[in-house]
Write a protein that binds this ligand. Sequence first.
Ligand code: ZN
Length: 170
Amino acid sequence: MLSDVGAKAIRLRIADLFVMVQVGPFEVDLVPKPSWGKKVSTILGGRKWRNIRKRELDRVRNRCEICGQEGEPRELICHELWEYDDANHVQRLRGYNVVCRGCNLIYHLGYAASNELANEAIEHFSKLTGLGFREARELLNSKYRELIQIHKERSKHDWKIDVSLESAGR
Ligand SMILES: [Zn+2]
């Protein structure tokens, strides 16, 4: 399943114009600059967020959804998944992935690179995909460049944040 890792660069859903970059088993987006800090926890409040996080960790029985690694609840990250409607500039919450530290670094390649965690991210990705270290590094680098391009374009706009996934009575 992971052998064709480099095959699809950008997955384009023509119908709704949502663009996402497939990085191995990860669907990665960079949050546009104007939306930085607009997380579920800040929008819905800490108490609601703690409930959501607990619900999600229970759902996956404290295992990373990507690599399967088991972890203490405090070590796992409840990663928010958004989709970006590039035609209407709506950023919509579509769910969560509970991930371990290593997998979370893949979601945050920019953070990893700027905090000298790049090698840890590459090693984890290499283990996950079976790619050699150098190959994994090259793939992550090229994906990151794609992500940055999309990110630059999206950062030119203000986004309406849609968390109706949670507000709709869940
Ligand atoms: Zn993981």
